[in-house]
Ligand binder design. Sequence first.
Ligand code: AMP
Ligand code: MG
Length: 431
Amino acid sequence: MNKSQMQMINCDFDPSAITIEQAQQVILQTTQTLTETELVPIRQALGRVLRRDAISNVDNPPNDNSAMDGYGVRTVDCLAAHDSKKENKTKLKVIGKSFAGKPFEGEVGEGEAVRIMTGAKIPVGVDAVVMQEQTDFDEQNGTVILEAPVTLGQNIRLQGEDITVGQAVIKVGTRLTAAHIGVLATMGIAEVEVTRKINVAILSTGDELQSVGTALAEGNIYDSNRYSLHALLNDPRFHVIEKGVLNDEQAVIEQTFLETANYADVVITTGGVSVGEADWIKDCVKNTGELIFWKAAIKPGRPITFGKVGKALFFGLPGNPVSVMITFAKFTDWALQKLSGQEIEKPLQLSAKLTTSLRKRAGRTEFQRGIMSYDDKDELVVTTTGNQGSGVLSSMAAANCLIILSTDETSKSIGDKVTVEPFSIYSRAKN
Ligand code: AMP
Ligand code: MG
């Protein structure tokens, strides 16, 4: 056996599989952002994708106001020197109070100050606020003594320093977080235009599958994929259509595809995409739509199948439960983001030191399940969850990250640095 034959045997290269990057590009090119939008009250906008810039109706703050509870003063009245001697301290007459929502209406003149609360409008004349802790109020004389030097503008929040009227603060394509919802309210915006919900149909295929809640018959397994997918799709952007379990019967699968494509934007199946004799999905996609690619050079998940059924995007995820979660994250999720009009959110990647060795052959991008933590020197380290079989779903549950090994990388030793991707997609906001 020559060297190149040896290399073929020792590697995972499959000439008919495209690279993960190629697969992702094809998916993005095929996917068109939905044009239909809807108006929703901001309380219902969390996690939705904004389709029109959010433009402020107001300045924030709407006027100059105090950042502290204290005294509003004029800096020209304040002495430069401050020491323990009484004569070197500024003494001012307190002529009134300014509260948030109840401003002091008068003007502050020479030698005068106002008691002012956080958020209260700055009265005419005042150009600095001295925090209460740096003052001494003399109740008998109604005067305040300043215990610290004063600089122009201190503790004053300026009108519009956060947001100015007319400013496009949140841009089209933003997936709205709790902070965005608060900013929308700050701007006086009650409802926003977002992408309509994406209709995602999910179905499992396999003669051996049983739904939970029934006693397991000989030779069968519980369908876990439909449940993990349902959880992955529990997101305000999506409306999930549960199509249950189908047997490995080509005619039934094709009929279901045609019917589902009438109302789904995306159809996701699991199982039946490999090279077994009950693996009908590829043929069903060809007969009801278009098969765009089959197989990507990844592990787990190689037989991932992408195409169209009717006008719906089609993802034939593999049957193995780990493959389902990983191909969903790396492929289906990208299409869902593009459909909803988002910029693709690339997951954060970090470098961590291995505390266990890893087995890997060249030829595929691998997503191994890892547990990352900090060691006693505060260095980021990662360990494997153990058995990396694509059917070992407990490895996903035990992990808090994926260890990503690129196509050409091979086995790794303790102490080697590897790329890790912390889980985030698996813990999304709820409806
Ligand atoms: P397949 O590609 O259909 O041959 O499935 C590959 C492996 O995944 C087989 O061991 C199946 O039994 C298993 N499998 C397929 N679908 C599911 C499912 N919905 N839940 C759990 N395991 C599944
Ligand atoms: Mg099957």
